[in-house]
Design a protein around this ligand. Structure first.
Ligand code: 9D3
Length: 247
C-alpha cells in the first residue's frame, strides 16, 4: 500500500514513521509512505498557502491551488488514487473503515489542513472523502493522518508479527478487551485473579470473555446494543454479570 501525505508540517511525520512496526513494514516493502510539503506547490511569490475568508470572519482559510497542484503532481491519474481529506467535519473513522481502506488497491493521498479551514472546493472536487478521527478539536490534520496510516497499515497481511493473533482479534472484535496480568502473582498485596494461575484453559477462556463483556456493559453499552446478534454463551455471561451487580 502506498500512502502520500500532503502537509505544511512534513517534519511531524518522520519520528513516528521511523519507529517499530511501521518502519519494519516499510523495510519489508509492504507499505510505502511519502511526505510532501504543501508549500512546494504554492505558486505565488510568497509561497503562501492561506488567505482571508470570503464573506469575512476570523481565521485563515487554506487556498485550494496548492492542494490541487500537489495531488496532480503526485498522481495525475484519478483512477489510481484515492484522496482523503482530514477534516473535523468528516465522517468518523473506525475499525470498519480501516479494514476497507487496507484492501484498497489505489494509492491513498491524505490531505492535512491547518488554520480554520480548507477552501471547500478541495472537499468538493479533489477529495473522494472527508474523514474525522473523533469528536474533539485538534490543531490540524497531521495526527489524524498518522492515526489512519497506523490503523490501516497494521491490517495489511505481513505487517504484524506472529506474536499478534489475527484470529483472537476477530473473535473479540466490537467489544472491549479483557484485563491482562503478568508476574508477579502478588504485588503490594494486589493479587492476580486465581483462575489465570489455574492452568484450566476452558475456565480462563470463559473468565476472559465474561470480563470483556462486563467492561463493555459498564463502559461502552452502545457496543452491545448495536451488535447484530449475541451468542448463547454471551447471553449467559451477561446474565451472570447483571445478577452479580445486584449483590
Ligand atoms: C469551529 C470551527 N472549528 C471546527 C471544529 C475549526 C477547526 C478546528 C480544528 C478547524 C480545523 C481544526 C483542525 N482539525 C483538523 O484538521 C482535523 C480533526 C480534528 O480536529 N478532530 C478530529 N478529526 C480531525 S481530522 C482533521
Amino acid at each position: 500500500m502506498r500512502f502520500d501525505v500532503i502537509s505544511i508540517f512534513p517534519e511531524i511525520f518522520r519520528a513516528y514513521i521511523n519507529e517499530s512496526i511501521i518502519k519494519r513494514a516499510i523495510k519489508k516493502g509492504l507499505i510505502d509512505i511519502n511526505i510532501h510539503n504543501l508549500r512546494d506547490y504554492a505558486k505565488n511569490r510568497h509561497k503562501s498557502v492561506d488567505d482571508y475568508p470570503y464573506g469575512g470572519g476570523s481565521g485563515m482559510v487554506m487556498k485550494p491551488e496548492p492542494f490541487f497542484e500537489a495531488v496532480d503532481a503526485i498522481c495525475p491519474d484519478k483512477e489510481k488514487r484515492r484522496v482523503i481529506m482530514l477534516s473535523p467535519s468528516g465522517v468518523n473513522f473506525n475499525q470498519t473503515k480501516a479494514m476497507k481502506l487496507s484492501r484498497e488497491k489505489k494509492q491513498l493521498i491524505l490531505l492535512c489542513g491547518r488554520y480554520e479551514a480548507i477552501d471547500e472546493r478541495v472537499a468538493s472536487f479533489l477529495a473522494d472523502e472527508e474523514i474525522s478521527i473523533g469528536d474533539y478539536v485538534l490543531t490540524g490534520g497531521e495526527l489524524p493522518a498518522l492515526v489512519i496510516i497506523d490503523a490501516v497499515s497494521r491490517l495489511i497481511p505481513g505487517v504484524l508479527g506472529d506474536e499478534h493473533s489475527v484470529e483472537e482479534e476477530s473473535f473479540s472484535w466490537g467489544i472491549l478487551d479483557y484485563p491482562h496480568y503478568t508476574r508477579p502473582p502478588a504485588y503490594r498485596g494486589y493479587e492476580v485473579p486465581e483462575v489465570l494461575l489455574s492452568g484450566n484453559h476452558k475456565d480462563i477462556q470463559r473468565w476472559r470473555r465474561k470480563e470483556a463483556l462486563r467492561r463493555t456493559l459498564n463502559r461502552r453499552p452502545d457496543l452491545l446494543t448495536s451488535r447484530k446478534e449475541i451468542s448463547d454463551e454471551d447471553h449467559e455471561l451477561l446474565q451472570e454479570i447483571k445478577e452479580e451487580d445486584l449483590k
